[in-house]
Design a protein around this ligand. Sequence first.
Ligand code: AGP
Length: 589
Amino acid sequence: MYMCGIIGYIGLKKASPILLKGLKNLEYRGYDSAGMAVLSSNGIEFRKGAGKIEEIERRLNFEELEGSIGIAHNRWATHGDVNDINAHPHFDCSKTIAIVHNGIIENYKELKESLSDHNFESETDSEVIAHLIEEELERGLSFEKAFMSAVSKLDGNYAILAIKADEEKILTARRGSPLVVGIADHGIFLSSDIPSFLEWTKKVVYLQDYDVVVVDRNGIRIHNLIEGEVSRPIDTVEWDAEQVKKGGFEHYMLKEIIEQTETIQRAIQQDEDVVKRIAEEIRRAYGTFFVGCGSSYHACLAGSYLFSKLAKTHVNVVLASEFENYEHFLTENTLVFAVSQSGETADVLEAVRTAKRKGSRVIGIVNRMGSSLTRESDQFLLMNAGPEICVLSTKTYTSQVALMTLLAYALLERHEECVEKFKELYMDIYNLTSRSMRDYLKRLAEMLADKEHIYLIGRGLQYATALEGALKIKEVSYIHAEAFAGGELKHGPLALIEKGTPVIVFVSKENEERILSNASEVKARGGFIIGISAERHEIFDYWIKVPECGDLNPIVQIIPIQILAYQLAVLRGLDPDKPRNLAKSVTVI
Ligand code: AGP
């Protein structure tokens, strides 16, 4: 599970109300199901189920659970459907061990095979942790040693909380997923994030990767699987809960733009066999459609250029709201990719139903497990971007483009090469979202904040990027922003250019000469040229330096524009997370 929320409590108070409140404070991290387990005189008692916390709170009566030691979880599903059995906590065969987990266990299939005599209840990767601990206990190890041994077998990333009937303690471990300790005067908290317990204490201990922690009535002991026994300093949190949810940033939009260093890497963490099978389906299909709205449509357009240029494969790109005009082309041999981060966009769902009615096969590219699109598609790929709170799509857009790129490479049977190219992208994205880049773009925003119009031009892949950039700017700053294919300027839009008209020009090595020639048409009419490119060119009045990444340009080149759009909104006194008239998911036709 990625981007889930976990919280544990051991102390003097009844655990269930505290854990329930803690889950509600973590709801921004994931919310398709929730659950809780506590230690009581009868052993482990638990409640868990699919649905938002408010819905299942009434149905499951969490606060009936007695006991002052407990663990809880709310889920953003990445493995296994959204249903009661896949909700955390998960258990060993005898239900005397309970665990909650945030992260992805990459070797869970092999581990499950090695535990073939165990009875697994769920489809999740996480459940294997409880059975591993059980297996180690049966070898005579103590709970702590069994836990450490189990954790050391895991590949991937994890933040885990575990309890065992008849042992008054909580064990926890982290690698690659966040975990902090909260120290209150009445008890100790273990959680994915500080907002879960901030109302009870501001004293925190930040755990490091490979830390394993034992928390019992005597306090905390920290053992690092690499360094051995360690102690970690106690810090005091300065932020309030809302600021912490935003990672200390002023808005979710900026937090989610910066998360792209991680989310782009997560998007391509796909089961290679699944990707290969989808590539084979594309080869066999008689007609392939990419369908989406807004940013998702732009990702489809970028995908179509990649499929054409890289894999010499033709796909039809259609706005979901226009798809009905093409239904006479649909047959049982047609393959339709429905792209939607929310998985609830009514236009996309209507297109999916149209395709299904004609017997076509539908593959979803979606961020939310359990959404309508995951239920109505024949198959789906998850973007693993985690919840996107800002109304604007930023990290989910680049995740969609990353997945399209992966599929294009898979058509060439160059999956591994694509994964390696993305790994090399990590530092580029880190630098593009750095404080220095954000300050540099703020200076440009100050120059543009009072403009009435901003135009963007690009050719090929960069035309899709220009369209997405225009959407970002217009929907968050309310400045009229419009994108054109570079070659189209002379067919009309050039009439719009006056002295000082700002035009953002996306330059790639591949079409540098032609797009710079289009830019010179603008410059000759007095336009203000903002160049996005790996090299400075004489014609630029303002240069935004980005690395030349070839097929991956659509991912790197949109990031400065996401930041620019954000800065424009803030300079104009607007709330970037909630633009007027817009909704995060458009569930009406
Ligand atoms: C993009 O910033 C907007 N939020 C909007 O265009 C969005 O991309 C569109 O509504 C599609 O949403 P979906 O990906 O959830 O289907």
